[in-house]
Write a protein that binds this ligand. Structure first.
Ligand code: F0G
Length: 464
């Protein structure tokens, strides 16, 4: 064993139901080959997301019993606020019920139509929330970040040269620069401290605030400790404090590195922004000391944010995900390297080179993993991102990935082995997989509700 075993023992268990192959075949067909529409109790290992799926600790559950459900001034809010200020260092702490609300509040208050928001790579809700304001979401990740086989240790880095160029040309239309740590849409890849410093320098020169999307900040800071020269002897907590000291604020989905099932926040230094956002918060989320959450949720987040910085936990967490990746790599399965913090991303372009992106190779793999093994993964490729351009020609994303996102403290290493063996079996029989076509799609974020069908082999032949 090359990574530390589970640094916890299991005190409560949630039984998993066995589902026959016939039932899975029926369920995935009824779901229109869309894994989001399969009931969760019909799934054996659920790697759809690491968001809101963490197992809370006994300390967090104990904290839930200390929930102060006062409408205003709950003691749990003050604990939450103090913890966020301590780790992130931003003055104004605004609770929200999840990350995308923090994004929505920020963008709907600050952006106007025609604005441009750069990021390493926008996560899909971030991009959609920027676009919802009539603004443009621009991805400026370094070139290596788009090459699945590149082994650059910080593939989440934002290219400061591209940023400088954008700000020189369009600075007046850029009200903020975002930086997502770790870079989820690019494979859960970390951003280095050197890059944060360089991005900050460009932002300062152009007088643009830098806002972090901090969902997986602890995982990012652990990678800095492990990989970046000069940080081996720094605690992850001190690395986090340094990282955020370069920013003006952050949005956060506590459903990731907050180790909770629901919650988020926005933290900012600018008083004017905070005031305007708080007014909107009261209108749509709730009073400023609960922001859409119960007092007990705020307590669980306050405790989770501290627990996530525990380095035994992080070594296990990052190690477990890396182990899954290694099992796949050793069998020749093409994955994004280095393995990301919260997920292993299978490179569906190389896994299924005979299925063109117009026929959703990533989704074909997702369907096979559920139908034959009861595993739920998620496509991060053409189903999620392909969009027609102004001339109506469909633009396909460069990356066609299938994400195996590992919930925190939920599955054992034996579960990971089961997943690896299943993916390897699909890989060995990959010539059996067929391309897919859409039978229904919604106008935005279509992957959540799309319906698809398999393309018969004769049609595939005719299409090539
Ligand atoms: N930013 C990033 C980088 C995310 O990964 C997510 C959510 C959000 C923002 C939005 O947070 O869900 O609390 O509203 N990612 C989940 C995922 C959904 O599966 O990767 P939210």
């Amino acid at each position: 064993m090359r990574f530390p075993a589970e640094p916890f023992r299991i005190k409560v268990v949630e039984p998993l139901r066995r589902v026959s192959q016939e039932e899975r075949e029926r369920l995935i067909l009824e779901a229109g080959l869309n894994i989001f529409a399969v009931p969760a109790d019909s799934i054996y290992v659920d790697l759809l997301t690491d968001s809101g799926t963490s197992a809370m600790s006994d300390q967090q559950w104990a904290g839930m019993m200390l929930g102060d459900e006062s409408y205003a001034g709950s003691k749990n809010f003050y604990h939450f606020e103090k913890t966020v200020r301590e780790i992130f260092g931003f003055r104004h702490v605004i609770p929200t019920h999840q990350g995308r609300v923090a994004e929505n509040l920020l963008f709907s208050t600050i952006l106007k139509a025609g604005d441009v928001v750069p990021n390493n790579i926008h996560f899909d809700t971030t991009r959609a929330n920027v676009q919802h304001q009539g603004a443009e979401a621009v991805d400026l990740v370094i070139d290596e970040g788009l090459v699945p086989a590149s082994t650059h240790p910080f593939k989440g880095n934002l290219d400061p040269v591209k940023l400088d160029r954008l700000l020189t040309e369009k600075g007046a239309c850029v009200p903020m620069v975002m930086l997502t740590v770790t870079n989820n849409s690019g494979g859960g890849q970390p951003v280095s401290m050197a890059n944060v410093r360089a991005v900050r320098e460009v932002c300062t020169r152009h007088q643009v605030p830098l806002i972090f999307d901090a969902c997986r900040f602890a995982e990012n800071c652990f990678f800095i400790q492990q990989r970046e020269p000069g940080y081996a002897n720094h605690s992850v907590e001190s690395i986090a404090k340094e990282l955020f000291s370069f920013g003006d604020g952050c949005t956060m989905s506590a459903k990731k590195d907050g180790l909770v099932n629901i919650g988020g926040f926005l933290a900012l230094n600018d008083e004017d922004w905070a005031k305007r956002i708080t007014n909107l918060l009261i209108l749509i989320e709730g009073f400023p000391t609960y922001g859409g959450l119960a007092g007990r949720d705020l307590e669980a987040i306050a405790r989770g944010l501290k627990e996530v910085l525990n380095e035994d936990y992080l070594a296990f967490r990052i190690g477990q995900v890396a182990h899954l990746g290694e099992l796949l790599m050793n069998a020749g399965v093409p994955i994004v390297t280095p393995v990301g913090g919260h997920a292993v991303y299978v490179d569906a372009k190389r896994f299924l080179p005979d299925i063109p992106q117009s026929q959703f190779p990533g989704q074909a793999l997702v369907v096979a993993l559920y139908r034959d093994y009861g595993i739920r993964a998620v496509e991060v490729g053409s189903l999620m991102f392909a969009q027609p351009d102004a001339s109506g020609t469909v633009q396909y994303p460069q990356l066609e990935l299938v994400r195996l996102a590992v919930p925190r403290r939920v599955y054992t290493t034996e579960h990971m082995r089961y997943v690896a063996e299943s993916v390897i079996e699909v890989f060995e029989h990959r010539d059996r997989l067929k391309g897919l076509r859409l039978t229904y799609e919604a106008p935005v974020l279509r992957h959540f509700t799309a319906r698809l069908e398999e393309i018969a082999e004769t049609e595939v032949g005719a299409a090539r």
